[in-house]
Structures are given as C-alpha cells and as structure tokens.
Design a protein around this ligand. Sequence first.
Ligand code: MV4
Length: 451
Amino acid sequence: MYTKILIANRGEIALRVIRACREMGIKSVAVFSEADELSLHTKFADEAVCIGPGPSQLSYLNTQAILTAAELTNADAIHPGYGFLAENADFADMCSKHNVDFIGPDGTMIRSMGDKASAKETMKAAGVPVIPGSQGILTSAAEARRMADEMGYPVILKATAGGGGRGMRVVYRAEDVAMFYGMAQAESGTAFGNDGLYLEKYIENPRHIEVQLIGDSHGNVYSLGERECSIQRRHQKLLEESPSAVVSESLRQAMSAAAVAGAKRVNYVGAGTIEFLLDKHGKFYFMEMNTRIQVEHTVSEEVTGVDIVREQIKCHAGEKLPDWLAKLKLRGHSIECRINAEDPAKNFRPSPLLIESVHFPGGRGIRVDSHIYSGYQIPPHYDSMLAKLVVHAPNRTQAIERMLGALNEFIIEGPKTTIPFHIQLLENERFRKGNFDTHFLESFKYDPSRE
Ligand code: MV4
C-alpha cells in the first residue's frame, strides 16, 4: 500500500481524498495555489506545498510544479480528483516516467477513451449497444449527408475529441448538414486541436444514466449500480440520484453487464463510469466512458455501502477487490444536490463572495461534503461548487423529503446559492414522479420571488 499520496486538486474532493487517506493510514500531501492558502485541504493534509498563483493554468494545471512537489515530499502516488488533470493522458504518462503512481488508468487508456469515436468502436466490439451512426470519424460533409439521408433525421454531429456536450450539432434538415459539418469541424479544431467528427442518429428526449464501475489489476470489474443524471443545465449536473426511478432490476442487470463487459475488454483498472443514453422505449446506448472519480460518486457510495475512493486507491496499489462485490444489492435511495455559489435568479451567474456564516444540516442519512467554513472567501478562479448535500433514505419519496428538510436547514450567508432552486425542483410534481429527461431543466420555471 502507498505510504504517502499527493492530492492534485482542491475543494471538497481534496478533502474527500485526505479523509480516505487518513482512514487508510496513508500520509497526505496537499498542493495549493496562492488563492487557496486558507482553504481546508491546505490545513487538513499532513503536508502542503504551494504550487503557484491563483489561476488554474499556473497552479492546479501546472504539471511540472505538481511533480516537483511529489518529488520533494516523497509521495508515491498522485490522486488527481476530478477536473484539472484527472483525464490528462500526458500527465499520467509523466507520472509514470517519474515513478509516481497516477491514481487513474494509464495514459493509453485515458487517450483511447478520450477519443470518443474510437471509444465507441471499442465498446461496440465488446458487445455494448451503441447508437447507430458512422463507423469512426467522417471523411467529408458529403459522407455525413449520405449517411444522414439514409438513416433519417435528426442526426447529431459530435467532435471525437469533445465530450461533456462540447462540439456537438444537432441537424434536423438535409440542407443543413454541410454548414453544420463545417461549423462543428472548425470549432473542434480550434477547441481541441482535433477536428475529427462522427455522426449518430439523434435520440430525442433521452435520460442520462451512468454505471459506476470499479476494476482491479487482477482482471475483476464490478458494477456499483446506476446513477440518474438527467437533471442538468448546459451539461452541468445539478442533482443526481441512485437508483434511477425508471431503471428496473432487469434493466439494471443489463446495463451493468454491458458496462462491465466494456471495461473488461480494455482491462480497466480503478474507478470509472460508463455513460448511457436511455431512450423512451427503454433501450440504452453507450455514450462515453469517464476514467476518473466523479463528483456524484457519493450517491453510489450511499446505496452500495462501498467507499469508492478507498477501493480506487487499493486497486491502483495492486490489491484485489473483494469477491462479494459481485453480489452487491442496492439499499434504499440516495440523492445529491450540488450547492453552487451561483444566482439561480440571474441565469446561474457565479457569486464568488465571502461566506459570512454557514450552518450545515445534519441528522440521520444526511452527508455534507464541503470545504467551506464561516469566514471563507470563495476564490474567483475555480468552479462554483461549495458543497454536495447527499441524503440516504429507505425509498425515493423519503429521500426527497429528507433532502427538502436538509436544504431548509442549510444556511449560507454571503453568496447567492442554488439552495432555493433545489427546494423548488424537489417540490415539482414531474420531478417527484420521476417523469423527466435531459431537457427537463430547459422548461423548468424557477420562481425567484419565493426565495
Ligand atoms: C446525444 C444526444 C442525443 N442523441 N447523442 C451530450 C453530452 C455528450 N456526452 C453527449 N450528449 C448527447 N448526446 C445522441 N446520439 C443527446 C445528448 C445530450 C445530453 C446527454 C446527456 C445529458 C444531457 C444532454 C443534454 C443535451 C444533449
């Protein structure tokens, strides 16, 4: 097992990893930017090293500074958390060259899943259902037009280097293919340095459901069930739950089996997620694989009882996962609300102000993963998530009620937050019935006067 892990991240996920390390008897090293000197990860780790100025490019994305910090402190592994360097294949390669374990898959794996068109072909070969479309990347707008005419509209053009909703174009009419092809190609060339596009049949009003996986270096991969992630706004998730209200036990078995088969095909090691689209007929299709711990791993932890960060660390240290993971049963229902320093009345505009005071909710089945405290100044350089409020209850209805109670107890003075938005969302009849898809928030009306 590792003796010391450097955490190349900040905020709540840095704390999450520090806590796992402490429970495992592993020393932790925080890295921090000049803007994060007074952050809790800086204070709670066993050691802390300043790696540069506030802007991420100069600190949390500064690979040289981070590797130097790992060398200086004798860390034997680096945990990247999510975001920043978590899916940076070059950084994973650099770690390996410097003889420090990257707590994530190797550079080759990250690269192969990062190329969405080739990841899709890999999954298809493993028997995972994929959305009908081009085989690999398109060679011309004319080819896109021929394919789209043949399969029928609407279709979607996707950047192979994209993901998370960037570099996509939905095409409803044949006469738009050429122009949208040109736009998507130019955009992805500029944004990713790779202008490869692929084409798929556009699935209308799908749900976004993902399967949490954990794999060890002995060839075992297990499913930790699914998460419902359809409640998102501009590809930013706001609320996640496990299990999904619409996934039956037989669908869960089928999605899990497909995800496990895909991960086994590529000898996946560590924590990973396979994202699926679920259409209105109950058919599911591979969308992307994420090769990192995700923000919403918490809801899977609550319903499985598995400490995913702990198991992730063990997998990279070469340990074998316990056999009982094969017969895991989900228990109860868990919901996570992302509490962001954003004003839901003003188009979710960031509100990076001083936390004048904060009171966290508590009680049975309530978990708050957060790095904020009274007197904390939110730096303007990073994402706006302040806390993850996670509840666990025997069923979905009780989880919703427990969450509403906790949201009403959660007091943050200073910035505007997404708390009042979540309260209205949880009171919404369609949400409560589980009757929603990825477009739900486009029509959901938030009422600022009720704050
Ligand atoms: C799609 C789709 C419909 N049909 N692909 C968005 C993020 C990226 N992972 C892929 N995305 C989508 N791909 C086909 N063939 C709809 C989306 C999509 C979406 C997916 C999940 C969650 C929210 C979304 C919002 C808009 C579009």
